[in-house]
Write a protein that binds this ligand. Structure first.
Ligand SMILES: *Cc1c(COP(=O)(O)O)cnc(C)c1O
Length: 360
């Protein structure tokens, strides 16, 4: 086997051995009582993580599948897709590909979607669904969700779908208080688990709204998920190994590390990496520190123009890996993830090695 390169990329994240081993638990039948027990064991912990009592579905799919599912279930009239980077743009492409009437509201990459942009669109009365990416992994921008929530709460007929893929389990997201209808995330980012399962909290309003919808489709139909949920099951055979790992990791997050400690650890790592970026003359790609992601930092490389590909090659000698920029931003930026179970010691070690390589 090749040397393992420890991952500091914004997904997939490094997985602790304990959770890898949990995946090797002998299989149970997905209609057997043992499976129901596993499902029921996970629910209260995941609800605690999201500060909600709403059902939290666990869908065996990458997050993109549930992004598609949420607009299928909830955009009956017209959707507005807020775009500030590659993943929020993907949601617009998905909405169009599903044949749903939609508009894009795009800002320059590096900028955040602001509350007045929500007001501008929702006040027209044209839309019954909006999509919003909380933490734009491609640009390292964190949207001001609390301020935006004050706006969308005034428009209860608009379903609010939030992609929290690179934020959930890395920062506090109070599902109920934010007036959100769908909040989704894959396991491979801040949960620090292998990819393959998506977590999705859904509001009562959304579950009611999609009851008589025609476009829900089959695999991501929230009604079907709800019906199975009531029996502590999933409609089709789920990724059972991932559910064992999720149960193990939630036990750790909620009962060993503790939620407040987890949020504080992420905030501390974030501060250290942002300080480093600014001290070394890169600066942040995000428009300001206020809107910079808490779980990954996207360095602006346009001024210093270090060779990012070469840096990663050099880092390979130390068995670590960071990420270049996303798509068109490949050499213009580079990204360091400080998410999941990564510790401050890991981050300080990584930054020291980068300093050594770059001769800072
Ligand atoms: C990684 C990521 C996705 C895509 O997730 P998949 O599991 O690959 O479908 C979507 N949105 C954001 C913000 C991401 O970071």
């Amino acid at each position: 086997m090749k040397n393992h390169r420890r991952l500091f990329i914004p997904g997939p994240s490094e997985v602790r051995t304990e959770n890898l081993l949990a995946m090797a638990t002998p299989q149970v039948g997905h209609r057997a009582p043992e499976f129901g027990e596993l499902y029921a064991d996970i629910q209260p912990k995941i609800q605690k993580l999201l500060y909600t009592e709403q059902p939290v579905f666990m869908v065996s799919s990458s997050a993109t599948g549930v992004m598609e599912g949420s607009v299928r279930n909830l955009a009956h009239k017209k959707a507005v897709n807020y775009i500030c980077g590659a993943f929020s743009k993907r949601w617009h492409q998905i909405t169009k590909a599903c044949g749903i009437d939609c508009d894009a509201h795009e800002v320059e990459w590096g900028c955040a979607i602001k509350p007045e942009m929500i007001e501008e669109r929702l006040s027209t009365g044209e839309y019954d669904c909006m999509t919003f990416v909380l933490n734009e992994t491609s640009t390292g921008v964190l949207g001001p969700i609390e301020e935006c929530a004050e706006v969308w709460k005034k428009y209860p007929d608009v379903s609010v779908c939030i992609d929290a893929v690179s934020a959930m389990a890395g920062m506090k997201i109070d599902f109920d208080a934010l007036g959100v209808d769908v909040l989704l995330a894959g396991l491979q980012k801040c949960f620090a688990l292998p990819s393959g399962l998506t977590i999705c909290a859904v509001s009562d309003g959304a579950l009611e709204k999609c009851k008589d919808a025609k476009g829900n489709g089959y695999y991501f139909d929230f009604q079907a998920l709800l019906k199975s949920h009531a029996k502590n099951q999933t409609p089709t055979t789920p990724a059972i190994p991932h559910l064992f790992a999720l149960n193990s990791q939630l036990e750790y997050i909620v009962n060993v590390e503790g939620l407040d400690n987890r949020w504080a650890r992420h905030a501390e790592m974030c501060e250290v990496v942002q300080d480093w970026a600014i001290d070394r003359g890169f600066g942040l790609f995000a428009e300001s520190r206020e809107y910079a992601s808490k779980t990954l930092t996207c360095m602006d490389n346009r001024e210093k123009q270090i060779n990012v590909a070469q840096l990663n090659k050099d880092l390979a000698k130390y068995n670590v890996m960071i990420s270049n920029g996303y798509g068109d931003l490949k050499e213009k930026t580079f990204r360091i993830a400080h998410m999941g179970d990564t510790t401050l010691v890991d981050i300080l070690g990584l930054l020291a090695v980068i300093d050594r390589i770059l001769g800072f």
